[in-house]
Design a binder for this molecule. Sequence first.
Ligand SMILES: [Zn+2]
Length: 195
Amino acid sequence: MFTQELESIYYKKPQLNEIIPFYELSPQIELFLNEEVRLGARNLNPYRFSLRFAHEPKDVINLFVAFSSENGPLMRLYRCECIDCEQMLILNDEELKEFKCYNCGSTGNLELKDFLDNVKVIFEIKEKYIKDVKARLKEQASSDASKKNTKSEEAIKGEVSLKDVFDLNAVGSDNELLEIEKSVMHKITFGLTSI
Ligand SMILES: [Zn+2]
């Protein structure tokens, strides 16, 4: 289950307890996951979570980065629009490192001054957890059909950019991310100097 996966990540990275302790986070994220999946979400937005439970956005982003590393229950994806053909690109870690539009082959985005702000980071819930939650919600719905759904707040406070994530990872909490950062920063610098 989702929170058990998180517990094992906390176990491996005990410093996460200094960000938000597991006993506090665990019931909150479980509730949030249920609410979001019920609303049809396929990913978790750190800003929504921080708004819902009054946490610092940077703390939540930090945690989500940890939850989406290696075998975590979340998967990090990166989204941006190709400046040449306007294709909406959804990239994984490896594809981000080798940034290139898969429609037209352009690497033009790397030459944008605000490339890092431009790329949004999505924390996708892995399919098996979505199925898990849906199955549980179904059980609940049949046992307390009379209960009214409390809708989670609609306000979405924007999206997380690659810049936010790189800035917060400056302390080096996630090695995978550091490697991506190195590779991307190298490409950006290369893009700028090769004009
Ligand atoms: Zn393109």
